[in-house]
Design a protein around this ligand. Structure first.
Ligand code: MG
Ligand code: ZN
Length: 364
């Protein structure tokens, strides 16, 4: 009897250790790994051909091509088969398809909370970095609620309503040279922001809230001498945001891929794409070391109806072609790396990206 009891005891103990060690070795598939931080990179106007053109000129060596989790999104807006950047970014920031021209509002002009505002509410840090005026449609859709994307003076006021920790781009005139004569930079300073006007001033800061208004309006194009503004600004923003133990949400936009495609300018397209890809490389290296950061890259829509009827990937020679000076409706690739990346596989709505972010980062 004693011997039998001992045998049972031994068996149960053995089973216990077997199951606990198996559990520790392989993560439970029902419990998805959650990221602490999300870095969301948007190439405005960037479709598959824009990426493939950059891959070609780089002779098959591109950071975006290192991503193993890839999906596609449908970019159409609530009122148009072809979205604009306001409705496109609103889909990502709020999970709602809206009318072209609307920022973080539904089609009835009801204000929708954005992923940035929701992250702030939960005590996470937040940031926006861009190569356009910070009041332009893509960054604006994460913080402003307007039915007119061109009301830049009104959009600037929203930066005082949400406690975004870091924002860096152009657009100083919409804060300081306004029709209502208010100086919003003074108001930002009262709210403990360090307002900086150039890259040197930005680099001198190591913590606290930052309003980086580096240009009066838009930063110049890469070919007009912007330099590594996006990369340097993004590195600085990450170093400040990562001090929050609760985590952060950050959006980095390469805005001018869209503009050069509107102009059907292939050489400037390549320079903007390579600049964006350098930022992608920096973020990917950071995420690999950090281990708790989800990186997602996509475009809001394609611009220019760009395609590659010729070219040579061995010698990097490009012969692309544009078919329109407007946006197009083609599906847009989504790339993901880090905890939760698998969620971004497959075919999705552009609005799904918001719900995946909210679930992974905020838990609902
Ligand atoms: Mg944009
Ligand atoms: Zn555009």
């Amino acid at each position: 009897m004693i011997k039998k009891t001992f045998h049972y005891f031994f068996l149960i103990t053995l089973l216990f250790f077997c199951f606990t060690s198996v559990d520790a070795a392989s993560p439970n598939p029902k419990k998805p790994v959650k990221p602490k931080n999300i870095i969301f990179l948007i190439g405005d106007g960037m479709g598959t051909a824009q990426i493939y053109a950059a891959l070609t000129t780089r002779k098959d060596n591109l950071n975006i091509a290192k991503f193993r989790v890839v999906g596609f999104h449908k970019s159409y807006s609530a009122n148009n088969y072809i979205t604009d950047s306001a409705a496109g970014a609103t889909a990502f920031s709020t999970g709602s398809k809206t009318n072209n021209g609307y920022l973080a509002m539904d089609t009835n002009r009801k204000i929708l909370p954005t992923i940035l505002e929701l992250a702030e509410e939960k005590g996470l840090s937040t940031g926006l970095v861009t190569t356009c005026a910070i009041t332009h449609a893509t960054p604006a859709a994460f913080i402003a609620h307007e039915s007119g994307r061109n009301k830049y003076d009104d959009i600037a006021k929203w930066f005082l309503k949400t406690d975004v920790d870091v924002f860096i781009g152009g657009g100083r005139k919409y804060f300081e040279n306004r029709e209502d004569k208010r100086n919003l930079s003074d108001s930002l300073r009262k709210n403990n922001y360090q307002v900086v006007y150039n890259q040197d001033e930005l680099q001198a800061i190591s913590n606290g809230k930052i309003a980086g208004l580096l240009y009066a309006d838009h930063p110049p194009a890469m070919l007009a001498g912007r330099g590594r503004m996006l990369e340097k600004s993004s590195v600085k923003a990450i170093s400040v945001l990562e001090k929050n133990k609760k985590g952060y949400f950050m959006m980095i936009e390469s805005s001018q891929i869209d503009w050069v495609c509107h102009n059907n300018a292939e050489d400037t397209l390549i320079s903007e794409m390579i600049d964006f890809d350098n930022v992608v490389g920096m973020v990917l290296e950071y995420a690999k070391k950090n281990g708790e950061t989800l990186v997602v890259i996509t475009g809001d829509h394609e611009t220019g109806g760009y395609t590659l009827p010729g070219s040579d990937i061995k010698d990097g020679k490009l012969k692309g072609k544009f078919s329109t000076t407007n946006h197009t409706a083609v599906m847009i690739p989504v790339f993901a790396y880090g905890p939760g990346a698998e969620e971004f596989m497959g075919f999705m709505e552009n609005t799904d990206i918001f719900f995946k972010f909210r679930k992974l980062l905020l838990g609902y």
